[in-house]
Design a protein around this ligand. Structure first.
Ligand SMILES: [Zn+2]
Length: 309
């Protein structure tokens, strides 16, 4: 059995506020046909035919969040949503949004995972293609870098090092599977430092930030009261990485080793992978077992209409 492309079974909606803009956004997820990819459509502007592909070609800024732009229209802070799609293996989806920024929800990918699971995952009769790393590739400096080496699965070893007693050094290793992603990685929230809030607000950022959608780290304690799990900070960096990497339009197979990276290095890696085709090849992926995958996406009630806010 090989892996097939996926979309969702039915239309589903959600709403929330943008982390940086502070503006309310409503999203409508619409199933899409095989080989159509992930596309955004701004419903708040007069640009009926404009579809903004979730592609490195539309990547515009990576300053504190990942922004796509096309024909002068932006879609900001796409990374947590794209990570949810990558984590659940959704290849084809139309995302209608009435704002320039994807809602931050609770700061993690988990609300998007919940919504997509409620809609149900639909396999499509076209094989999925993976980008398999054949030769090592690297971006960055000695201090901050990402490299990918060949492997039979997608594995991520991510390390962070913040000069703050509540974070310090954290490293985690994941052999990424849908189950691992859903159970742990997807629940890790974004984080920021209390002493940077003023500066970021002055720069026009985090207008929608609150204790409901980000871990806020003070000098001596976490203002939200606690973490969901001990290595939540580094797990959130993995969400950002998975989301940014999905701008390649394909899942990858390889072992990623990232050290003190961020959106800037993630995007450099995506662009370098796209440039150096000799480093990888497209392959289908053979399913090891046929039983586990079917049980991951129970569709509890196909007629249930879910709207989160
Ligand atoms: Zn993030």
């Amino acid at each position: 059995m090989i892996y097939y492309q996926r979309t969702i079974r039915k239309v589903i909606n959600c709403a929330g506020i943008g982390l940086h803009s502070g503006k309310k956004a409503r999203i409508r997820f619409v199933p899409a046909g095989p080989n159509s990819g992930i596309k955004f459509k701004r419903t708040d502007v007069q640009a009926d035919n404009l579809l903004i592909e979730a592609s490195y070609q539309n990547l515009s800024t990576v300053n504190y969040a990942t922004t796509l732009s096309k024909d002068g229209y932006d879609i900001q802070t796409v990374e947590h949503l794209l990570a949810a799609l990558a984590g659940l293996g959704v290849d084809n989806l139309l995302i209608e949004i009435d704002s320039a920024e994807v809602p931050i929800m609770d700061g993690s990918s988990a609300p998007f995972v919940f919504l997509l699971q409620e809609a149900g995952i639909l396999e499509q009769p076209v094989p999925k293609k993976y980008l398999k790393i054949r030769r090592p590739i690297r971006v960055g400096t000695n201090e901050k870098f990402i490299k990918i080496v060949p492997s039979e699965e997608l594995e991520i070893t991510y390390a962070i090092d913040f000069k703050h007693p509540l974070i310090n050094k954290q490293q985690t290793h994941y052999s990424l599977s849908e189950a691992n992603f859903i159970k742990k990685i997807s629940r890790a929230r974004t984080f920021g430092f209390l002493n940077e809030v003023k500066e970021l607000r002055k720069a026009g950022l985090i207008k929608g930030g609150s204790l409901d959608n980000a871990i806020v780290i003070g000098d001596y304690h976490i203002l939200n009261g606690g973490l969901r799990f001990e290595d939540e900070f580094v797990c959130h960096k993995i969400i950002d990485f998975i989301g940014d990497l999905y701008l390649l339009g394909r899942p990858i197979i390889g072992h990623v080793i990232a050290h003190k990276a961020g959106h800037g290095l993630h995007s450099l890696l995506v662009k370098k992978l796209e440039k150096y085709h000799s480093k990888w090849e497209f392959v289908p992926r053979i399913e090891k077992t046929t039983s586990s995958r079917k049980t991951l996406y129970p569709c509890p009630n196909q007629n249930l209409a879910v709207t989160a806010s």
